[in-house]
Structures are given as structure tokens and as C-alpha cells.
Design a protein around this ligand. Sequence first.
Ligand code: PLP
Length: 424
Amino acid sequence: MTANLTDSQTTRLACEDLDAADPLASFRGRFDLPPGVIYLDGNSLGALPKATAARIQHVVIQEWGVGLIRSWNDAGWFDKPRALGERIAPLIGAGPGEVVIGDSTSVSLFQVAVAAARLRPGRRVIVSERDNFPTDLYMLESVQELLGDASGALERRLIHDDGPSLDEVLDEDVAVVVLTHVNYRTGRMYDMAEVTRKVHEAGALMVWDLCHSVGAVPVDLNGAGADFAIGCTYKYLNGGPGSPSFIWVAERHQSSARPPLTGWHGHARPFEFGVEYAPAAGMTRFRIGTPQLLSLAGLEASLDLWDEVDLAQVRAKSLQLTDLFIALVDSRLAPWGVEIVTPREHAVRGSQVALRVADGYPIMQALIERGVIGDFRGPDLIRFGFTPLYVSHADVWDAVEILEDILATESWRAERFSRRGAVT
Ligand SMILES: *Cc1c(COP(=O)(O)O)cnc(C)c1O
């Protein structure tokens, strides 16, 4: 026992050493995390930056309460979706004038998928992936129906790791390919440039969903030659619950793109209140209606923080944290049949690790009760997101230690851990 204790102490000390040398360490103090919590779910809902509450309060009390309607001009409300888009651009390899804040990610996916498909008239196939986040597939069903004709809806082809592959489904009928860069369940990451190249070779356009990429891994949309992209701001970007999506369109497509949802904030002259729609120039045409300004206040506060972050450091630490977690799971959790689903190869790994384990649901509930917050994705995956701005190496060590204890003592078998809430 003593020998084990010494071993483990040494290893935790090694983790503390890594934390002491961590160039991102100071960011942790910029977040409000409850004491005793190891938060490994920032890939679902990012943590709260300390500056956010005051920023939202300022918008409520000053800009709304005092400024009232004048704040549309005086506080820059009307321009906010463009202004914040410009600040997301450097995180995704986008240029000036290429990013605008949208609505929910689901709505924005619809906006760009239709706009993309309309640039390839006559092609009747939309390609996506069976393991994509379901809302993406659901929204694409509407795109297929909307753009169908007398002969029926557009055809859907779904790729899968067990086949068919992208190469097998691509041909001259494919209009658009819609893929999520980092998979929400497994954390597997695509080679953006290589996939985009193949899609273009078939004459189709590429739409990337960056929900699990932005703020987690460096992304270079222009470098990859991509066409359209959308992503979440409430996951790794820490914009707050319900903070809106962003939309990126390569500059070369902007003047010909025709998004389906044509609201007054996307109009060329919204305050002429004319009876006919005329699309605004550039990314503004992807806007729809009045932006969610309170949510944007939260996003703005989080972007102040991102302005200071070096994404290469984020990626380096993310790989260190996930490598450490994988190594500890390998060495300590094998007796309970825990299987690592996330790729071990750096080039194809995002910033999360998924474990396959029987009884994953009650095990995750037991972990959460002990202060280690991850989540469960049925039927048998427990998922851990590693957000380098506020997760430390010592957190990773402690999380595995607690998980090992829960498995060894089978404390997860207590009945209360099997009750399910509406959200897992
Ligand atoms: C989180 C996520 C979404 C969420 O869509 P909402 O409209 O914001 O609910 C969509 N797609 C992917 C791939 C996601 O990971």
C-alpha cells in the first residue's frame, strides 16, 4: 500500500509540475468555477468567465435601462453581430468581413446549407455523416425537402466509418457535403484540408460544422479552401447558455450566396422598410432578425479573454491533458473493461476523450456527485471535455483517481444514480 501511495504521490506531483510550467495557467483565475468541482464538460457548456456577469449587467442596466432605444446606435447594438464576428475570425482562420453572428447553430446550419446547395443547381445529393450531431441531420432533411422538385426531395447520402466512405459517395450529383470537424461523441477530428480538397474535386461545396473545434483546436478555414462554416459559441468559447452561433462564408461566395431565411436585418436597406427583400452585401445577408443582445454581451466578455489566448498553446496543452487522461485510464481502469473510443493519434483527436463502459449512465452520475462533471452519451459512452483555459493536469489526475474509486467500490450501483433527468 505504501509503495502504491508513494507512486501515486509522485505522479500527482509530476502533474503539479506540469501545471507550474503551464503558460495558460493564469487563465483559470479568470473563471468562476465552484469550489470542489473538476469541470470536464466545457465541450457542452463552457464555464463562466468572471467578467461576464458585470458585462451583462451593464447592458441591462445602462444600455437598456438608461440608453433605451438609443442604444441601437449609441451602444453599437445594430452592428454587434458583425463586430463580434470579426473577433471570432482569427480563431478559425477567417479573414475580415467573413464572419457574422447568427441565431442558434441549427438555424445557421440551415442558412448556409441551403445557400451552398443553391450554388450547385442541378446537383441532387447532400452528403453528411451517420454519426453527425443529430440536429445537423434533422436540419438537412428540411434542406432536402425545400430544394427538391417535382421528382422529389434531394437525396441524402450518409458516410460512416464502416462504409460507405466519402470517396464512395462523391460523384457529379453531389451538391454539398456537410461534416462536423470534431465528432461530438468520439472526439475524432477530420483533416479539413484533405476532405475539402476531395469534395472540391467532385465539384461540390464543403460546409464545416465547428461546434467542437472553435476554441479547442486551431482551425484554418481559408487555408483549407473551405466554402461555408458554422459553429457554437457556448461550448469551448464560453459565451454562456444559449449564446448564438457564428457563420463563416468564404469571400468568393458572398455576393452570389442566397440564404433561405431573408429577414430585415439581412436587408440592404432595412430602415427604408420597403416591401421587397434585397440582400445586403457581404455577410450581413446571413443575418435574419433582431440579435439576442443579452447573450451577445456574454459572448463579448468571453471574446475579451480569447483575444489574449495563443491557440498553439491551447492545442499543446489540450494534447497534454488528453494524453495524460488516456495514459491514466490505460494504466488504472483496464480491470473494469473501460475502453478508450477517442483516437490516440494526435492528428485526428479533438479536445475530448470518450470512454466506452457498461453502466456509463450511473457511473457518470456518481462522478458528478463527487464533483467530477462530464456527461453521458448513450448507449454506453462517458465523455470528458478538456478545456485548456481552466482545466489543469492535477484535475485530470484527480478525476481518474475518483473514477477508479467509483469503479472499484461499485458506489455507482446506488439507486439514486440510475434516475434520469430530461438532459443527460
Ligand atoms: C452542440 C452542437 C449543435 C447545437 O446546435 P444548437 O442549435 O445550438 O442547439 C449542433 N451541431 C453540433 C455538431 C453540435 O456539437
